[in-house]
Design a protein around this ligand. Structure first.
Ligand SMILES: CC(C)(COP(=O)(O)OP(=O)(O)OC[C@H]1O[C@@H](n2cnc3c(N)ncnc32)[C@H](O)[C@@H]1OP(=O)(O)O)[C@@H](O)C(=O)NCCC(=O)NCCS
Length: 193
C-alpha cells in the first residue's frame, strides 16, 4: 500500500502535494491554530519541510506514517490536515488533526479522525490507537471523546513544548471497542493504490 484516499460524508482525505503549500502554510503559521500543537507557528521552511516529509512517507515500505490533507468534498480546497503514525509497539498508532480557523466548530475534525480510526483498524489491522493533547485544548479532547476514545491518563508536566512544561491527556480506543460501537457507514470508503 502506498497512496491512501479516504472518503467521508463531507470530506476527502488525500495525500498532500507540493501545490498545497499556501493552504497548509496558512493554518500552520497561524499562532491561534498552533497554540496547543507541538509544531508551529511554522515558517515557510517548516511548512516545506512538513510537505517533503509527508511526500517521503508515501515511499515507506511498509508504510508507517500517513499524513493526509483534509479537503471538502464540494470544494476540494484544503481545510486542514490529519495523520496516523504507527509506533514501534506492534499494532499501535497515534492520530492527530489540525484545521484552519475557518473550519472549526463544524464537526470536521471528528469526521476526519473517525475515518482515520476506521482506516487504522480495518485496513491496517491495528489493535490500539491513541491521541494526546494539552488539557487546555478542550476542542481536541472533545473530539477524542466524541470518537469513543477513553481517557487513559493525565500526565503532569510531562512534555517540554515551546519552552513550557505541558501536561498531557492521553486517550485511546481498542479495536473491539471500535467495532462494537460503530456500525459500518456506507458514506465512508477508502482506497489505496
Ligand atoms: C482541535 C480541532 C481540530 C477541533 O476541530 P473541530 O472540527 O472544530 O472539532 P469538532 O467540531 O469535530 O468537535 C469539537 C468539539 O469540541 C467542542 N469545543 C470546541 N471548542 C471548545 C472549547 N474551547 N471548549 C470546550 N469545548 C469546545 C465543540 O463544541 C465540539 O463538541 P460538540 O460537537 O459536542 O459541540 C480544532 O479546534 C483545531 O484545529 N485546533 C487547532 C489545532 C489543534 O489544537 N489540534 C489538536 C492538537 S492535539
Amino acid at each position: 500500500m502506498t497512496d491512501v484516499t479516504l472518503h467521508t460524508r463531507r470530506l476527502i482525505l488525500r495525500e498532500f502535494t507540493a501545490e498545497d503549500f499556501a493552504a497548509v502554510h496558512a493554518y500552520g503559521s497561524d499562532p491561534e491554530v498552533t497554540r496547543w500543537t507541538v509544531f508551529g507557528p511554522n515558517t515557510a521552511d517548516n511548512t516545506r519541510g512538513f510537505l517533503r516529509q509527508a511526500q517521503a512517507s508515501r515511499g515507506e515500505r511498509p508504510r508507517r506514517n500517513f499524513d493526509l490533507a483534509i479537503t471538502l468534498r464540494d470544494g476540494a480546497h484544503v481545510i486542514g490536515g490529519c495523520g496516523l503514525r504507527r509506533t514501534d509497539i506492534p499494532g499501535e498508532a497515534f492520530i492527530g488533526y489540525v484545521l484552519g480557523r475557518d473550519a472549526w466548530g463544524c464537526g470536521y475534525a471528528t469526521e476526519a479522525a473517525r475515518a482515520l480510526l476506521g482506516f487504522g483498524f480495518e485496513s491496517l489491522g491495528l489493535r490500539r490507537i491513541f491521541a494526546d493533547c494539552h488539557p487546555a485544548n478542550a476542542a481536541s479532547w472533545h473530539v477524542m471523546e466524541k470518537l469513543g476514545m477513553c481517557r487513559e491518563g493525565h500526565f503532569r508536566e510531562e512534555k517540554l513544548v515551546k519552552g513550557e512544561w505541558w501536561d498531557r491527556y492521553v486517550y485511546a480506543v481498542l479495536a473491539p471497542e471500535w467495532r462494537a460501537a460503530r456500525p459500518p457507514n456506507p458514506d465512508d470508503t477508502m482506497s489505496a493504490s
